[in-house]
Design a protein around this ligand. Structure first.
Ligand code: OSB
Ligand code: MG
Length: 375
C-alpha cells in the first residue's frame, strides 16, 4: 500500500479521576492520534506517551518532533508491502518506540480493512473475548482504595493491580489482601525501588500476589535477576522491555517470570507479537498493559490481547472507567464476567467519532505525498 498522507493531532482529554503512580499524578491527558491514508482507507494509531519523561524517556513534545521531523519524511509516499516491514523502515530512528508504534499500528488497521477482516484476526488472534483487570492508582487514604477495589470487583473485573511507592506499599497491599482474601492481586512499583530494598520487597511474599511489576530501575534488567532470586513472588517486567532482544535477555537471566507487553513501549504490533510468541515458546505468561489510552489505543490493545499468548488478564478496561465520553463508537464495555468482546468488524472494529476528535483537537499537522513530490 502507498502511504498517501499522514497526520498527527493532539487532543486534550480529561480523565474522570486523577491517576497517581510512584512517578506522579495525571488527570489532563494530551492524546496524540496518528491517521494514515491509503487507497481511500484511513487507519488510526495512538501515541501512548505521557506529557513528561517519567514513565519512559518520550514526551508529548518529543513525539511530535520525532514524528513530524523524522518519521513522516521517511515514510510519506512509500509503497509498504506489509506492516511487518515497518520496523525495518523506521530502524534508523533509535528509541522513540511509542511514536513509531502509532504509525505502524495505523498501517495494521488499514491492512485489516483492506482484507475486510478484524485486526485481531490479521494479527493471529484467536480469542473471542479477553479477560480484564484494573490498575488502581495510589490513594491518600486506604479506605478510599478499599472502596475502589470493592467497586471494581462488583463490576466483574478479574484481577486488581495497585500502584505502590516507598512508604505506601506493604501495608496497602496487606490491607487489600485482608479485606479481600481471594482476590487475584498484584502490585506495580513503576521502578520506585533499588536492590537495597530487596529484604523489604521480600515481605510481599506473605501476601500471595500474582506478581510484583517493575520494582527496580527502568533500564536495569540484571538487578531484577538478583532480586528475583531473592523473592518467591514472580517479578513482571514493564519499563525494562522495549524489544525482543531485551525480552530474551531478561528470560535468559531469569530477571522475571512474567512480561507486561505494551504496544507503545515495544514499538508496535510486529514487535509485540514477536515478544508474545517468544514468551509463549518459553512458557512465560504475558498480558497487555495500559497507558490510560483513548478508545483508539484501547482498541489496538484489545486486538493484541486476542493473541493466544496473552493468558493473564490485562490492564485493558472499560472506556467509562477513564472518560465521560470516549472518541470511539461503541465505547469499550466490560461484561459482568469481566470480559471484553473482541470486535468482529473489519479493522480496529470501532468507529472513530470524527466530529468529537475534531472538537478536541488543539493542533494538527498533515503530510501529503503529492505535496512532497511537487515541492
Ligand atoms: O505502569 O502500567 C503502568 C499508567 C500510566 C503509566 C504506566 C502505567 C499505567 C497504568 C495504567 O498502570 C493502566 C491503565 O491504562 O489503566
Ligand atoms: Mg507498569
Amino acid at each position: 500500500m502507498k502511504i498517501e498522507a499522514i497526520s498527527i493531532r493532539e487532543l486534550r482529554m480529561r480523565l474522570k479521576h486523577p491517576f497517581e503512580t510512584s512517578f506522579g499524578s495525571t488527570q489532563d491527558r494530551h492524546i496524540l492520534l496518528v491517521e494514515v491514508y491509503s487507497d481511500g482507507l484511513t487507519g488510526y494509531g495512538e501515541i501512548t506517551v505521557g506529557m513528561g519523561p517519567y514513565y519512559n524517556p518520550e514526551t508529548t513534545g518529543t513525539s511530535w518532533h520525532i514524528f513530524c521531523d523524522y518519521l513522516a519524511p521517511l515514510v510519506i509516499g512509500h509503497e509498504i508491502p506489509s506492516p511487518e516491514e515497518i520496523p525495518a523502515l523506521l530502524n534508523a530512528i533509535r528509541g522513540h518506540e511509542m511514536t513509531k508504534a502509532a504509525f505502524e499500528n495505523a498501517v495494521w488497521d488499514i491492512a485489516a480493512q483492506r482484507e475486510c477482516i478484524p485486526l485481531a484476526s490479521l494479527l493471529g488472534g484467536t480469542r473471542k473475548e479477553i479477560p480484564c483487570g484494573v490498575s488502581l492508582g495510589i490513594k491518600q487514604h486506604i479506605e478510599d482504595l478499599l472502596a475502589d477495589v470493592q467497586r471494581e470487583l462488583a463490576a466483574g473485573y478479574q484481577r486488581v493491580k495497585v500502584k505502590i511507592k516507598p512508604g505506601k506499599d506493604f501495608e496497602v497491599a496487606a490491607a487489600i489482601r485482608q479485606r479481600f482474601p481471594g482476590v487475584k492481586l498484584m502490585v506495580d512499583a513503576n521502578s520506585a525501588y533499588t536492590l537495597r530494598d530487596a529484604d523489604h520487597l521480600r515481605r510481599f511474599d506473605e501476601l500471595d500476589l500474582l506478581m510484583i511489576e517493575q520494582p527496580l530501575e527502568w533500564d536495569e534488567i540484571y538487578a531484577h535477576a538478583k532480586l528475583q532470586a531473592h523473592l518467591a513472588t514472580p517479578i513482571c517486567l514493564d519499563e525494562c522491555i522495549h524489544n525482543l532482544r531485551q525480552t530474551e535477555a531478561a528470560l535468559d537471566l531469569q530477571a522475571c517470570r512474567i512480561i507486561n507487553v505494551k504496544l507503545g513501549r515495544v514499538g508496535g504490533h510486529s514487535s509485540a507479537r514477536s515478544i508474545a510468541a517468544h514468551c509463549a515458546a518459553r512458557s512465560i505468561p504475558v498480558w497487555c498493559g495500559g497507558m490510560l489510552e483513548s478508545g483508539v489505543g484501547r482498541a489496538h490493545n484489545i486486538a493484541m490481547s486476542s493473541l493466544p499468548a496473552f493468558t493473564l488478564p490485562g490492564d485493558v478496561s472499560a472506556s467509562q472507567r477513564y472518560w465521560d465520553e470516549d472518541i470511539i463508537d461503541p465505547e469499550v464495555e466490560v461484561s459482568s464476567a469481566g470480559m471484553i468482546r473482541v470486535p468482529a468488524r473489519p479493522g480496529l472494529g470501532y468507529r472513530v467519532r470524527r466530529d468529537r476528535v475534531e472538537s478536541l483537537t488543539v493542533r494538527l499537522q498533515t503530510f501529503r505525498a503529492s505535496a512532497l513530490s511537487a515541492a
